[in-house]
Design a binder for this molecule. Structure first.
Ligand code: ADP
Length: 707
């Protein structure tokens, strides 16, 4: 029985991690102690562990609500590999399979069950769950419940009724979106801390992303934007270009193809099949660039993206940072840039108008529907209905108004897949508009707030101070990014502030350079920084960086400083960065001279803060897993990737990372296991994977011999 183990022990035994990432431990403790919790961490911050670990400590089942069908299966597979009994229930299952899983749940065969929110539409489903002993109800992507959020999903609203039917179990909500309104809304809607439970704990952490260079480029027109994208794609190879509209996706993708830059296009106008293919191709690494609307992203877990460009200004900071945050999840330097042209703001304004129909539009639509519906069901597309509504040209607004009328139970709609039309029926008895439960005051407020969010985004684009600082403040993260040295504004300011280093700084520079010299060309900036601040992370220990004489030498200066210093040394030409997917650092001739104090040059140095906090961030970098062994056999790695691609195709075009993620392949190419026992030592390979792919993997590795 696992109950007796402490969270730390559970972390090591079941998940193989030695330390918690920033914020995780506090969350886990709060949950185990029985508090409801709202957890706000950016994408990649390690939210899943915050419920997966308590699931092992709590008595009863943990239900996880997730809107991402593809991700659910991945999560369940990875839990099963760790021998944690788990399953999922979503629309990809047939009725009998679903019933079997529900029965197994009731028999207590799982610790975690992932459920898609739309399942709760069915009363029968909710009733079937009623006998369960639910220990924890974890709602992932919880911002989807809030109409103030950027990704409102009506199915999430049902969760509060489901919770009631399930006896109000302990609830935890997780999201990367953290504006105060969304936060309050989640707490309110899910009833966190209500029903006799203690006040909810709210955790905000981990928004700082030191490895992202944030920037903005003013672009007058399309040609300038496209030129910038081509430049990025040539230079940085892997990334996402986000566009506001499908039309722009098509245009950008066509241009890139014309420039012989392979890319996939992704937007909601494509068929499911086309979208899955595009996503798989991108996730497999068969294609380096994706051009997409915001429909692309939730669940994109490709760690090696070196850039995210926004072709059009996004509608809010949270939407922006969530998308930009998909760059550099492996911890290596990556670039995020908004291509800014004020005229594009109009597109976002149009979206806001579309999402927030005025009272006049709703009233006019109401009249039209009453007229059309008096003769029976209305078989028309939204665009066709919109044609008949006076005072609007925005069919999106009509779509939103239809949705409001549906929620107010004035109409019922059924979507017909093939023809992409709805059958709309009026519900009796027909009431005057004023009597419908539509909260116009609230709608007006939302309209205003959406505009306010867009204006914050415009402020960000126009901002002359530190962009990291701006974003951290926005999210209420207490870290300060000021003077980050990795945003365009700080860099520009810094360029005019070059000076000779003080004695103290000279010593720090020598230490940093000699650390790089000792591992010349084998590690990237992230690992060097970890080494200098004395991280105890698994990756540092595994690679032996803790045994270097330079290990921990800059501990007192803190991780922020060390990142800034390494950036400075790169900019001044003391360190060279290799090209390729996993850039590594090496000492240049100039760097060697500076290290030996044979030369002094002016440079722009980060500020030494009086007393760095006992860096929780040092811990964060220290414990993140986003690394790759830098010293692997590239030929073997390529051979393994080719094998994996064929295998993924043979398995019915599954995403390649389901077989082994890149990280595991690199580890294999580094340690070159020769037996099943050695294979099981490799991170990411459990008994299930060893059984399934072990023989083939070992056969692939054998000709390459031992390292
Ligand atoms: P999120 O849901 O916040 O986007 P995930 O839960 O997917 O993030 O976690 C991101 C990555 O971090 C995963 O690869 C996960 O295995 C890794 N991770 C989570 N917790 C830890 C930890 N304590 N130590 C090292 N890596 C971790």
């Amino acid at each position: 029985m696992t109950v007796a183990l402490t969270p730390h022990q559970l972390l090591e035994t079941h998940f193989g991690f030695r330390e918690f990432l920033e914020g995780q431990e506090d969350v886990v403790n709060a949950i185990v102690e029985g508090h409801d919790a709202l957890v706000i961490m950016p994408t990649g911050g390690g939210k899943s562990l915050c419920y997966q670990l308590p699931a092992l400590a709590l008595e009863g089942i943990t239900v996880v609500i997730s809107p991402l069908i593809a991700l659910m299966k991945d999560q369940v597979d990875s839990l099963l590999e760790k021998k944690i009994p788990a399953t999922f229930i979503n629309s990809s299952l047939g009725q009998s399979e679903m019933n079997e899983r529900i029965d197994a749940m009731v028999r207590g065969e799982y610790r975690l069950v992932y459920i898609a929110p739309e399942r709760f539409k069915s009363e029968r489903f909710v009733q079937a769950l009623a006998p369960l002993s639910i220990a924890l109800f974890a709602v992932d992507e919880a911002h989807c419940i809030s109409q103030w959020g950027h990704d409102f999903r009506p199915d999430y609203i049902r969760l509060k009724w489901a919770l009631k039917d399930l006896g109000q179990p302990q609830v935890m909500a997780l999201t990367a979106t953290a504006t105060p309104e969304v936060r309050e809304d989640i707490i309110e809607q899910l009833g966190l801390g209500k029903f006799g439970r203690q006040p909810p704990s709210v955790f905000v952490s981990g928004f700082a992303r030191h490895n992202l260079t944030l920037g903005m480029t003013s672009a007058k027109g399309r040609a300038e934007k496209l030129a910038r994208i081509v430049e990025f794609a040539h230079q940085l190879k892997t990334g996402i270009v986000y566009c506001a509209t499908r039309k722009n996706v098509e245009k950008v993708a066509a241009h890139l193809k014309g420039e012989k830059i392979p890319c996939v296009a992704y937007h909601a106008g494509l068929t499911d099949d086309q979208r899955t293919k595009a996503q798989t191709k991108f996730m497999n690494g068969d294609c380096g660039v994706a051009v997409a609307t915001n429909a692309f992203g939730m669940g994109i877990d490709r760690a090696d993206l070196r850039f995210v460009i926004h072709y059009d200004i996004p509608g809010s900071i949270e939407a922006y940072y969530q998308e930009a945050g998909r760059a550099g999840r492996d911890g290596e330097p990556s670039r995020c840039e908004v291509l800014y042209n004020y005229a594009d703001v109009r597109t976002q304004e149009f979206f806001i108008e579309g999402a927030n129909p005025s009272r006049a539009v709703i009233a006019n639509l109401y009249q039209v529907l009453r007229r059309l519906g008096s003769r029976g069901p209305i078989e028309m597309s939204i665009a066709e209905i919109a044609e008949l509504v006076p005072a609007t040209k925005n069919s999106m607004a009509v779509g939103s108004a239809l949705y409001l009328l549906e929620r107010a139970n004035f109409i019922q709609r059924e979507y017909r897949q093939g023809s992409r039309t709805y059958t709309t029926r009026l519900v009796d008895p027909i009431k005057p508009l004023d009597e419908l439960p539509i909260d116009f005051v609230r709608l007006d407020k939302k309209h205003e707030r959406d505009f306010a969010k867009l204006h914050r985004m415009i402020e960000y684009a126009d901002h002359h101070g530190c962009r990291h600082h701006f974003i951290l403040q926005y999210f209420g993260d207490t870290e300060t990014g000021e003077g980050c040295t990795v945003c365009d504004n700080c860099l520009a300011k810094a360029d005019s502030a070059a000076r000779f280093p003080t004695d103290e700084e000279t010593v720090a520079i020598q230490k940093a350079l000699s650390c790089v010299a000792r591992v010349d060309g084998r590690f990237g900036r992230g690992r060097i920084a970890q080494c200098l601040v004395g991280s105890r992370s698994k990756e540092v220990l595994d690679t032996g960086l803790d045994r270097l004489s330079t290990y921990g030498l800059l501990k007192d200066l803190g991780e922020d400083y060390v990142w800034g210093l390494l950036n400075t040394l790169i900019r001044t030409g003391c360190l060279a960065v290799s090209s390729g997917q996993y850039p590594t650092l090496s000492l240049t001739e100039l760097g060697g001279d500076i290290m030996r104090k044979q030369q002094r040059i002016p440079m722009v140095l980060p500020e030494i803060k009086a007393k760095p906090r006992p860096s929780s961030r040092a811990k964060k970098v220290a414990t993140t897993r986003r690394d790759e062994p830098a010293d692997y056999d590239e030929k073997l790695f390529d051979a393994l990737r080719a094998w994996r691609r064929d295998k993924a195709t043979a398995m019915g075009n599954v995403p390649a990372y389901i077989i082994f993620p890149d990280r595991t392949l690199q580890e294999l190419a580094r340690v070159k296991p020769q037996s099943v026992a050695e294979l099981l030592e490799v991170r990411g390979i459990g008994p299930a994977k060893a059984r399934q792919f072990g023989k083939e993997t070992l056969a692939m590795i054998k000709p390459f011999g031992k390292p």
